[in-house]
Design a protein around this ligand. Structure first.
Ligand code: PMP
Ligand code: GLN
Length: 387
């Protein structure tokens, strides 16, 4: 029996590989992106209350109405945007699922979808699982700005979608209004849909504000905006996210969702709805920026090179050319095994495995974790280049 090859990625996702390696070697895990500090106790209490109450059966397919309303209110409060809770919001089991569902809503076999690389590792397999072709366009390292001429050349009559991620994983780069304007120029008059992966919308630094595709009136009409509560409330394991899209696109999205996941765990939705409406966290950018700054300060005493401080997300990319000339996969494994610090090599974020000799650190960690990890990295000698 021959099993079909549904996508071109080989092996297991790098996040699983590196977290497992970290565990195996008892290393400090700065690889996979998840916080190591607890969630707000009040949110945990709300989950407990919901599970002890009457909230344990299937939720409505689009999501618990109270949560969809809370999301709508949240977008009004934070962005001044009107989002219709009934016709524009769908709650999903995480953003990864929402991305797949959005691609599946618009792609057919033979279509093309543009991906700016480096890119989150699920995008290309998701496109290919739909029988479509991923068209990668490289960002310009080390600033990771978009080369608009390259995007223009990549667009063909077969292009059906383009996926954007801001603030960006793994580089931390964040788009401003002018980037969206440039994209709008290129897609005007075409049938191209936009998937806007904005899971790090609330983690943006140095006074910059997140600009969502929903604020761009023209682009909003053709866009799926995708979010994850995991990144906002430090509960990545809850796997609850949502999609905001205009009614026509939301209908298409729900046509797939109803036969894929159908619905999302109910007590989690109630807990999040109550939390959003009544408690709400402090904005987390400030707290995450303090972590980034602390991490960067510590890293000064190591031989890693920081080309650009992360502008958002919870990741910092660093070069290791003063330490070793190994490939990034080997380097990340070596660092985990020999120095007890796990990172993510950046080459798996490229379809052609382009190796710029960068690794990605997750700084969404307690100060003591960062201090201990960088303490170990300080032992790396600049004098001896490891072969
Ligand atoms: N997009 C990006 C860019 C991510 O880094 C992640 C990882 N958290 C996701 C989507 C997926 O989010 P979720 O955990 O809600 O599936
Ligand atoms: N988004 C997280 C990261 O980039 C991990 C998600 C996952 O493990 N699939 O590290």
């Amino acid at each position: 029996m021959i099993l079909p090859q549904k996508h071109s990625a080989t092996g297991t996702t790098i996040f699983t590989v590196m977290s497992a390696l970290a565990q195996q070697h008892n290393a400090i895990n700065l690889s996979q992106g998840f916080p190591d500090f607890p969630i707000d106790e009040r949110l945990a209490d709300l989950l407990h209350e919901a599970a002890k109450g009457a909230y344990n059966q299937y939720s409505p397919m689009p999501g618990v109405p109270m949560l969809r309303q809370a999301i709508s209110d949240d977008f009004k409060r934070r962005y001044g945007l009107d989002v219709n809770a009934d016709t524009e919001v769908t709650v999903t089991p995480g953003a990864t699922y929402a991305i797949y569902t959005a691609f599946t809503s618009v792609l057919q076999a033979g279509d093309e979808a543009i991906v700016l690389e480096p890119a989150y590792d699920s995008y290309i397999p998701n496109i290919e699982m739909n029988g479509a072709k991923a068209v990668p366009v490289p960002l310009s390292a080390p600033s990771f700005d978009v080369d608009w001429d390259k995007v223009k050349v990549a667009i063909t009559p077969k292009t059906k979608a383009i996926i954007i991620n801001t603030p960006h994983n793994p580089t931390g780069a964040a788009w401003s209004r002018s980037d969206w304007d440039k994209l709008a120029e290129l897609v005007r008059g075409t049938g191209i849909y936009i998937l806007s992966d904005e899971v790090y919308e609330q983690i943006i630094f140095d006074g910059k504000e997140h600009y969502t595709v929903l604020q761009h009136e023209e682009l909003r009409q053709r866009s799926f905006a995708l979010y994850s509560f995991g990144k906002v409330f430090h509960n990545t394991g809850w796997k609850i996210g949502y999609c905001i899209a205009p009614p026509m696109l939301t209908q298409a999205f729900r046509r797939i969702h109803q036969f894929l996941g159908f619905s999302v765990n109910t007590p989690g939705q109630y807990a999040l709805a109550c939390y959003l409406e009544t408690v709400r966290n402090e904005p987390i950018s400030k707290m995450m920026q303090a972590k980034r700054d602390y991490f960067l300060e510590l890293m000064r005493d190591t031989p890693f090179t920081i080309h650009m401080p992360a502008g958002g997300s919870y990741f910092q990319v660093a070069g290791y050319e003063r330490i070793s000339d190994m490939g990034d996969m080997d380097f990340a494994k070596w660092l985990t095994e020999e120095y007890g610090v796990a990172t993510i090599p950046v080459s798996p974020f490229y379809s052609n495995k382009k190796d710029d000799k960068f690794v990605r650190f997750c700084f969404a960690k307690k100060e003591e974790t960062l201090r201990e990890a960088v303490g170990r990295l300080k032992a790396l000698s600049t004098a001896s280049l490891v072969k």
